[in-house]
Design a protein around this ligand. Structure first.
Ligand code: ZN
Length: 249
């Protein structure tokens, strides 16, 4: 038995017994953690608020080896990540937390993804950035974090830049196909090919590269936004193996 300490994002919290919570967290160094927080629901417990999904906290817990449910010793707040009150933002926020919870394993840390998650939640909590685009950006980055980045640099067929009015993305392989190659050769029926406009491709490429703060400054046409959503959802579903829901449904 030993004490361990790490910072973490609370992904999920559920009531347990009369007075406790079970927390699922993404810890910076320890990856996925499931913890029992005893007594946190008692009226006098002042730490109850830190158990809310999206809370950024510092944890100390007892590591009983060979168990996958640890005992929380202390929980303290770190940087404030405010839960959005507006419905759409709140939906995006919860979908992101669920996506992370569903795709992480114990003992496999994701330090890059951890900071990405914090930045995205902070941006969604601010009321100026488009939550739908932040959600799509997060899906792209998270799927990339799990080992499936999209290669935006070159056309998969000819090796040139992916340019043109009508292009495609191969969802299964995460690569683009330029206009010339799309019209020139038939594609094999096994390929998971999504045709999109050049505008959509350019926006997706930018979205994948830009900071969360920069998302605040962009204005995307409705058509491009819908296509962006289709690509991100299909891409995520293909590589994660379960269905993702749009924030607007
Ligand atoms: Zn090409």
């Amino acid at each position: 038995m030993k004490f361990r300490k790490d910072e973490a994002l609370v992904l999920h919290s559920r009531k347990w017994s009369e007075s406790s919570f079970i927390l699922t967290c993404l810890a910076r160094e320890s990856g996925k953690l499931s913890l029992v927080s005893k007594g946190a629901r008692r009226p006098k417990a002042f730490t109850g608020a830190y158990h809310t999904p999206g809370s950024h906290v510092e944890l100390i817990w007892i590591d009983h080896s060979q168990r996958d449910l640890f005992s929380l010793v202390s929980i303290d707040p770190l940087v404030q990540v405010s839960v959005p009150l507006e419905y759409l933002r709140f939906t995006a926020w919860m979908r992101i937390l669920r996506l992370v919870k569903r795709t992480i394993n114990p003992e496999s840390p994701h330090p890059t993804g951890y900071y990405q998650l914090i930045r995205t939640l902070q941006a969604i909590g601010s009321d100026k950035t488009d939550a739908r685009l932040l959600y799509l950006q997060f899906v792209l980055r998270w799927v990339s974090e799990l080992g499936f980045p999209i290669d935006w640099s070159r056309c998969d067929r000819c090796g040139n830049l992916v340019r043109g009015k009508r292009l495609a993305i191969l969802v299964d392989r995460g690569v683009g196909i330029c206009e010339n190659c799309l019209t020139g050769k038939p594609t094999s029926p096994e390929e998971q090919l999504l045709q999109i406009s050049g505008e959509t491709y350019a926006w997706l490429r930018k979205l994948d590269a830009m900071s969360e703060r920069e998302v605040k400054r962009i204005t995307v046409s409705d058509r491009a936004r819908e296509e962006m959503e289709t690509v991100c959802m299909r891409y995520g579903e293909h590589h994660l193996g379960f269905s993702l829901r749009s924030v607007f449904q």
